[in-house]
Design a binder for this molecule. Structure first.
Ligand code: ZN
Length: 99
């Protein structure tokens, strides 16, 4: 079942006073229902989440274990592209294929 929430545009009233001259002021966000479908923030973007793939990728996991404290890393742990930098180091060292 889809989660719903009070329409943030009309605050659940279904109408917007300032727009009453246009279509009777019906809120265009919720179509006058006062309720809109609730979406999780993560669903807003259509870009694939790389962390899902990485979680299931043994090589990335191994690379991050090995290089998490490597002084050559240019990004801190927790950086969105931390995994990519660990992979880069593994490739530089020629161990990526053996991970
Ligand atoms: Zn509304």
């Amino acid at each position: 079942m889809q989660k719903t929430m009070t329409c943030p545009r009309c605050n659940g009233k279904g109408k917007i006073k300032d727009y009453r001259s246009y279509l009777g002021g019906v809120c265009f966000r919720c179509n006058g229902t006062g309720i809109v479908a609730y979406r999780k923030a993560s669903n807003k973007t259509k870009a694939p989440d790389p962390s899902i793939e990485i979680e299931n990728n043994r090589r990335f996991q191994r690379a991050m274990e090995i290089y998490s404290s490597d002084t050559r890393l240019r990004v801190p742990k927790g950086h969105p592209y931390f995994y990519a930098h660990c992979r880069e180091l593994a490739l530089l060292d020629g161990v990526w294929e053996k991970l």
